[in-house]
Write a protein that binds this ligand. Structure first.
Ligand SMILES: [Zn+2]
Ligand SMILES: [Zn+2]
Length: 189
């Protein structure tokens, strides 16, 4: 099956000065992103594409619009951020190592270019809002949803551990009161 990222460019090949504009609507066949946020499989990407024929190859300029889905690294709530990524790459005719991307037959494959540009634009530490307070370290509720949330008698687990430790190493004086039981038996006559 043809990749939705593949674009035919036969009408541009070796015609320096020619230019085409196209719009692509892609249903992402395989999701991509970093560990915490990305474009999921099945998401929609809209690509405004401009292709210019040069002597060396075809210069592609594109704007990619879509949505990334992930979770806030502090409070773990699902979050969606709009994507608006611009890129520009040359797809070369020659298989010279100097060029990262090549025109293959009469086609250019935008997938690696789009993926790289989008992944680069993604935040590594996405937060639902700048002042997200995260989760309560004691009970795990989301603090933004529970303003003023606090616990009656907060017991710091470190204090609890220390208290336990002190009890264990407390001197346990050995009882040496060997109460000798002299069976004081009174002999009665
Ligand atoms: Zn958050
Ligand atoms: Zn709590």
């Amino acid at each position: 099956m043809k990749s939705p990222y593949a674009v035919q460019v036969f009408d541009l090949l070796h015609r320096p000065g020619e230019m085409r504009e196209r719009e692509l609507d892609i249903t992402v066949p395989e999701g991509f992103g970093n560990a915490v946020i990305g474009v999921p499989t099945g998401a929609q990407l809209h690509i405004d594409l401009r292709m210019e024929s040069l002597h060396d190859g075809i210069l592609v300029s594109a704007e990619v619009d879509g949505e990334a889905v992930g979770e806030c690294v502090r409070c773990l709530i699902e979050m969606r951020i709009p994507l608006e990524v611009e890129l520009q790459e040359l797809f070369a005719y020659s298989q010279d190592e100097a060029f990262e991307y090549e025109v293959q037959d009469d086609t250019i494959d935008l997938e690696p270019v789009v993926r790289d540009a989008v992944v680069l634009s993604l935040p590594f530490q996405p937060v639902c809002q700048e002042d997200c307070l995260g989760l309560c370290p004691q009970c795990g509720v989301r603090l933004l949803d529970n303003p003023g949330h606090e616990h009656e008698a907060p017991v710091d687990p470190r204090w609890a551990a220390l208290a336990g430790l002190a009890g264990e190493t407390g001197e346990s004086a050995e009882d040496v009161d060997g109460a000798e039981n002299n069976g004081a038996t009174e002999e009665k006559r």
